[in-house]
Design a protein around this ligand. Sequence first.
Ligand SMILES: Cc1ncc(C[n+]2csc(CCOP(=O)(O)OP(=O)(O)O)c2C)c(N)n1
Ligand SMILES: [Mg+2]
Length: 555
Amino acid sequence: MKGAELVVEALAAEGVRQVYGIPGTTIMDVLDVFAQQDRIRYLSVRHEQVAAFMADGFSRASGEVGVCIGSRGPGAANMATAIANAWDESVPLVALVGSVAHDIAERDAFEEMDLMSVFRPITKWSVEVPSAARIPELVQRAVRTARQGRPGPVVVSLPLSVLTADADVSTLPVSRAGLPRPAAEDVARAVQLLRGAEAPTIVVGGGVDGGWDSALTELADLTGAAVVTTWSRKDRFPNAHPAFLGALGAGALAVSDDAVRDADVLLALGCRFSEFTTKRWTLVQPRTRIVQVDIDVEQIGKIHPVAVGLHADAGLAAADLVGALRAGQSTPGPTAQARAARLDRLRAEHAEQTTMPGPDPATPTGTVPSAALTGALRTLVESRELTLVVDAPSTGVWVSRFIDVPRPGGYVASAGGAMAWGFPAALGMALARPEQRVVCLSGDGSFWMVAQDLETAVRERIPVVTVVANNSAYGNTRDRQRSAHGGRYFGVFYDNPDLAAFARLHGAHGERVTDAAELLPALHRALDSGLPAIVDVVQGPHEGLPPGIRPLPPR
Ligand SMILES: Cc1ncc(C[n+]2csc(CCOP(=O)(O)OP(=O)(O)O)c2C)c(N)n1
Ligand SMILES: [Mg+2]
């Protein structure tokens, strides 16, 4: 077989169903093979960054590895932001990138780039395939590496000379390793600490999957712990559970932070104690004894010294902790009473802090305040089964505080920080699970970084509804000028065209909303259209500030 055929065979052998990409000289042989088969659906997009973000979304929604492809040099480099974001967020994806033929390498050939040096610092693994005969081994290993252990992105560089060469090899049997269980003695030590805790708190992180496994809630019930999630991971624990106190990180409720600050024992499940989650590493107190569970042993004790480390998959560790807690003695009465009293107090504070404030009376007429946007989205997710994808708009803080995730898979947010992740990731999620409706909330600044791919959504019939919080501003950074530069606004405001008209121009459904009362009906119409849709939510230029914060007058 030719190298290009082996690439497609290797992907198919690993169960890859879809690949997103943009053509270029160095990968045309692979495209030619895609054209002649129907096991893998190839979708052509309009920017390589979008291809990689779509692969990210596909991966998050399917639990499989997302795959994207781009040509050498600039095509590959265009994927870098999305790959770095996947690296930050432990998302398994494989990016295939073309590169110059071996026989002309190291001469500054056209678009030649040292791709390994570009990608190594932002991937779990980057590899250049040296010969056609090694394609099955290295491409299949790329898929396995992306998925196994702590997941992450892998870049595979495919020189043109390798893709056009012949090799007499076939694909390899698929091999998978099971997930690691914690050592029994570590579980016993953890249980001993948890049994004696008067103020236990569980921090649920991205290492916990979004299936709301009953072991998690049982763990909360058996330990009497308060439960919070890390930043952007509010979907990892049933929000209606009585121990649940919200997500940490940007815009966290005071009570979520307090539950960590006052903990005597902290059980961290698949959490890397990131800068935002920990308020720049000030939240966890030195006296708190930590039980840390992580699939990546390097994470254990990296930020905070731990009393007990469990090197394990978070779900299996939760199940084993539940088993050991059930089998052991029960917690002494006075300790159990102290926990219950603490949880009652925290719950009361939580109820108070999650009451949404009314719209700011200073909201300019003809615009929609964040409170109304959040309220409409809340009603929508409560009344229709859909996935709400939240990009990086300032309104993300409102969503995190005031919208409870109603069901597993009901909410997906990015913690990597890259603007523009939302719309393409939502496309990948809808492709992974066509039966699931997907609504993306994006900022206008973020949406415009990837808006050209509305054409892809229409052409490929991907009916994602994108709600654009249109404040004609880089709101998040405008807020920095408010808080740190005395309201000297510079480089943060711009003008937008009518986004509903932009949508209709593409054959998508468009709604433009200038009055809060119109929003919910517009959202329903957009979903019912069955088309890709944009809901342009017109906001004032200072909209998106966290609840209770007022803009400063411009200087
Ligand atoms: C790719 C990228 N560029 C720049 C930034 C810095 N940044 C963070 S938020 C933000 C503004 C976001 O504006 P918008 O999407 O309109 O959302 P808003 O805050 O206005 O709701 C910027 C520029 C970033 N996070 N990612
Ligand atoms: Mg904006």
